[in-house]
Ligand binder design. Sequence first.
Ligand SMILES: Nc1nc2c(ncn2[C@@H]2O[C@H](COP(=O)(O)OP(=O)(O)O)[C@@H](O)[C@H]2O)c(=O)[nH]1
Ligand SMILES: [Mg+2]
Length: 305
Amino acid sequence: MQLVKDMLSGQRLALARLISKVENRDEDLASIMELLYPHTGKAQIWGLTGPPGAGKSTTVDRLVTHLRTQGKKVAVVAVDPSSPFSGGAILGDRIRMQQHATDPGVFIRSLGTRGKHGGLSHATKEVVLTLDAAGFDVILVETAGVGQTELDILRLAHTVIVILVPESGDSIQVMKAGLMEIADVFAVNKCDRPEADKLVREIVNMIGMEHRDWTIPVLKTEAVRDAGIAELIAGIEAHQGYLTQSGARQGKVRTFLKNEIADILMERLSHSLEFAFDSSSGKEVLQDLLDRKIDPYKAADLIST
Ligand SMILES: Nc1nc2c(ncn2[C@@H]2O[C@H](COP(=O)(O)OP(=O)(O)O)[C@@H](O)[C@H]2O)c(=O)[nH]1
Ligand SMILES: [Mg+2]
């Protein structure tokens, strides 16, 4: 496929078009993935999550600048909730990111959340895969951290960075939101605020009670002033090193791939179900069910054959 060839040779427009095809679940999706897949598996995927307004986008912007200084190619995938209120925020992110717009070593893309439960959709993962094939060294995935999305990021990122701010509440809320389970690195942003140290202490104490191979670092940042970002990168890289040395990376990637296959099968099943319900025999089955001639289990058997 010419588009894939163009993308692999470094054409940005081809990359943008491919991503759109992936996002829109194009009919060529399977053949696109067949061509891309051999080129994937090299990128580091860093997921950033945390409550709205915590400073995720600001941090991403700073991380991009630092990684560029190291000569790394960086892609950013910003997953915005489908909420109409997000319009302004996306615009804000775009303006902020403008300084990177002309840099050929940076690629930024905003995606809507199309997942069934508002989480990271299967399409998001395949967009990341496309960027991996395109040769980006680091892919930063920012998710607006509300509920399920935070947990979904586990299904795609090698390192999950949870960004908190002092006013995002006490450590109990961190635990309730399930952030403790998913964080590989904590960043307490807006550490210019006086309550920052208290939050850091509370999280450090909570981590102390857990017994894991990897001790989650709790780092202070002030993204607007670019403070603590180098230390944040060092913390993330330490986690990447841990993944490789401990062998945990392989386990993680295996799980991702299992999920990937499951996602594909689910997507197929839901397509064929839609098709089956629309067919004349599907309508008959439904009518028989309505008339109590058959039970739902029998209906499921009939629909799936
Ligand atoms: N005081 C302070 N404000 C910050 C800091 N980092 C980000 N902000 C501001 O917080 C607001 C939300 O930041 P943003 O990066 O859009 O948060 P996101 O919703 O998590 O992506 C913006 O107005 C930022 O300028 C920080 O370290 N200190
Ligand atoms: Mg943001």
